[in-house]
Design a protein around this ligand. Structure first.
Ligand SMILES: *Cc1c(COP(=O)(O)O)cnc(C)c1O
Ligand code: SF4
Length: 357
């Protein structure tokens, strides 16, 4: 059995197993024994937890909390709203659509790590939302819609599927003439880097007209290890670019030092920051949410001008009408017929001429 399969088989998902890694607090124990929720992680990711600090950023993403029962701001039936599942266009459950030329294709509801802040909680963690994840039905819909050029394969975590299934999805997608790219959204480079095996590399590897891109999710610099660095390098050697989609999480990455260190360290392991998401108004995750302005402030105070331009993600909120950028809009302070007044990250000012059309 491959190492990654052992990691999945030996998932840390009971109180007893968790106690092998950390000193469980009474609050954590109460949530684990009271809440009916899917939780758990890989032994590898569990080993990154701080045994003595209940505020450890990895513990907070992995261990259930009684705060998940509070819900002041979450939108009920969130995924139905967010993924436009009650609109006029009839689509298979596996297809979520917000844009004309690209879709999200849900191929599984299984994950290597059941993130407590997951916006797909109803499907993946709480499991009250049942979707038919029929891959062939989804493939047929994509084949019939010639306007789709970009398919984002998601879940759950699509890299939790077997090599054979991943190979099948890629092969079938590449048979569709109007497709131009395939993207995978997977947390495995972070929570299960062992998944990037020689077998998977072979599947991803050969040059093909249709490129494969991977976006992973890393929210704190502690999640980046040598194993992740190697997994990312291996993906790159297969021609697969790796980006990051972080979630802004209160008490985890919403301070200037952590936010900057996260984005610098991502580049150190060859992951290109792509998005930082505002924590979505899904039910039961209020305790992770910051004010909307927080992300833009962090980009302004921690990233822009302060470090390598490549480290800069786009700050967005994902909604039912697509992703809406929330970048700090402070660089054009004023405009006259003659010139633009520009401001940099330090508040310094300069002018450039205003060229008429
Ligand atoms: C996020 C998302 C996409 C991809 O958006 P990009 O901005 O192109 O990365 C496509 N479809 C759906 C339904 C999505 O949620
Ligand atoms: S890996 Fe993704 S889909 Fe799975 S629980 Fe985490 S955020 Fe949700």
């Amino acid at each position: 059995m491959e190492a990654w399969m052992e990691q999945v088989r030996d998932a840390v998902n009971t109180l007893d197993k968790l106690k092998e890694y950390i000193n469980v607090t009474p609050d954590e124990e109460k949530a684990i024994t009271t809440l009916h929720t899917k939780w758990g992680t890989t032994p590898y990711f569990a080993s990154l937890m701080d045994p003595d600090d209940p505020n450890c950023p990895i513990r907070k993403q992995v261990i259930p909390s009684m705060k998940e029962t509070e819900n002041r701001y979450g939108i009920p039936d969130y995924l139905i709203w967010k993924e436009n599942r009650d609109g006029d266009e009839k689509r298979p459950d596996a297809i979520a659509r917000q844009y004309y030329d690209r879709i999200a294709f849900t191929v599984t509801d299984v994950c290597a790590n059941y993130c407590r802040h997951c916006f797909r909680k109803e499907l993946v963690v709480d499991r009250d939302l049942k979707l038919r994840m029929d891959v062939d039905e989804g493939l047929q819909w994509i084949a019939e819609h010639e306007e789709i050029r970009d398919v984002l394969v998601t879940g759950g975590d699509p890299f939790i599927l077997s090599d054979d299934k991943i190979e099948y999805v890629i092969r079938k997608l590449r048979e569709i003439p109007h497709l131009e790219m395939i993207r995978f959204g997977t947390r495995t480079p972070i929570v299960l880097p062992h998944r990037i095996t020689d077998g998977l590399k072979k599947i991803l590897s050969p040059f093909h007209r249709i490129p494969i891109w991977v976006n992973t999710q890393c929210n704190h610099p502690k999640e980046l290890t040598d194993l992740t660095a190697k997994a990312v390098y291996d993906l790159l050697t297969c021609g697969v670019n790796v980006g990051n989609q972080a979630v802004l999480l209160k008490g985890i990455n919403d301070d200037v030092e952590t936010f900057r260190e996260l984005h610098q360290k991502l580049l150190r392991v060859r992951i290109r920051p792509y998005y930082v998401f505002y924590c979505e108004p899904a039910p039961g995750i209020d305790h992770f949410r910051t004010p909307v302005e927080k992300g833009a402030e962090l980009i302004r105070d921690a990233i822009r001008g302060h470090t390598t331009g490549l480290a800069q993600p786009m700050y967005v909120i994902a909604t039912n009408i697509g992703k809406v950028p929330l970048m700090p809009d402070y660089y054009i302070e004023g405009v006259t017929e003659k010139e633009y007044l520009l401001v940099n990250y330090k508040g310094e000012k300069t002018t450039i001429p205003n060229i008429p059309e």
